[in-house]
Design a protein around this ligand. Structure first.
Ligand code: NAP
Length: 246
């Protein structure tokens, strides 16, 4: 129960890695504030857990939309006594080679994956800093470190998250806030289900642990970074990639 009494916001919480992060935070004693676009998905996902006593609240919001983030985070701040943690997990991929990539695919991937981290952190950093303690965890990707053909928009966004993380660690450290990133490798979720079998096999061949990761393995690292076990860690990017990209 590493997060007992903590209040934590998780974006992109309706499925995949976000869902595992929410569940792990609840298992460790936290109250969780879930943010993703489709309300029905989050409500149906967590209603059974709430019935068992978990403290989970839902906030439908497109995290790439400045005014939606402002209104949503104001609501969260009204509902929560304070906020101890923010996990920026919401993300999308719209892959394609540069010759054929529409500007919409570039903009929406940058906005959903990267701009969202700026918008949410800007909305919550001041209230978190008033407590002079808190942890922000940004979900980047191993391809933000090593790059990947056909994913220039996604890799640029995920590399941007690493730069944002390091800068905010310097900016907010004096106010007691830690800011770290996780760079997952190939994790089995809806996002990777879209990959072709060939692409999948190529990926797995290049993973030293020779298997895809699970969203629970990413969630465990996230709980660690949110907890006091990581009290002297900031500005880091932890790879959860089975060795992919070492
Ligand atoms: P996923 O299964 O597709 O889930 C994405 C989540 O983000 C959903 O809950 C989705 O909910 C939410 N979301 C998407 N756009 C949003 C928006 N504009 N506003 C609010 N919420 C939004 O993806 P995943 O595989 O779990 O990935 C989670 C994170 O890990 C992403 O940042 C991804 O880039 C990163 N990552 C994944 C892998 C992997 O192998 N799976 C590897 C490295 C990094 P709604 O659709 O309801 O909004």
């Amino acid at each position: 129960m590493e997060l007992i009494g903590k209040h934590i916001i998780v974006t992109g919480s309706s499925r995949g890695i976000g869902r595992s992060i929410v569940r792990a935070c609840v298992e460790h004693g936290a109250s969780v504030y879930c943010v993703s676009r489709n309300e029905m998905d989050i409500v149906s996902e967590y209603t059974p857990l709430c019935a068992q006593g978990a403290s989970i609240k839902f906030y439908p919001c497109d995290v790439s939309d400045e005014s939606a983030v402002k209104t949503t985070f104001e609501s969260i701040l009204k509902d929560a006594p304070h906020i101890d943690g923010l996990v920026n997990n919401a993300g999308i991929a719209k892959d394609g080679f540069i010759f054929r990539m529409p500007v919409e695919a570039w903009n929406s991937v940058i906005d959903t994956n990267l701009k969202s981290c700026f918008l949410t952190t800007r909305a919550i950093a001041m209230p978190m800093a008033k407590k002079r303690a808190g942890s922000i965890v940004n979900i980047s990707s191993i391809v933000g470190v090593i790059g990947n053909a056909g994913q220039s928009n996604y890799c640029a966004a995920k590399a941007g998250i690493i730069g944002l993380t390091k800068s905010l660690a310097r900016e907010l450290g004096g106010r007691g806030l830690r800011v770290n990133a996780i760079a997952p490798g190939f994790i089995e979720t809806d996002m990777t289900e879209a990959l072709s079998e060939d692409h999948r096999k190529t990926f797995i061949k290049s993973i030293p642990l020779a298997r895809p990761g699970s969203s629970e393995e990413v969630a465990k690292t996230c709980v660690f970074l949110l907890s006091s076990y990581a009290s002297y860690i900031t500005g880091e990017t932890i790879r959860v990639s089975g060795g992919l990209g070492v």
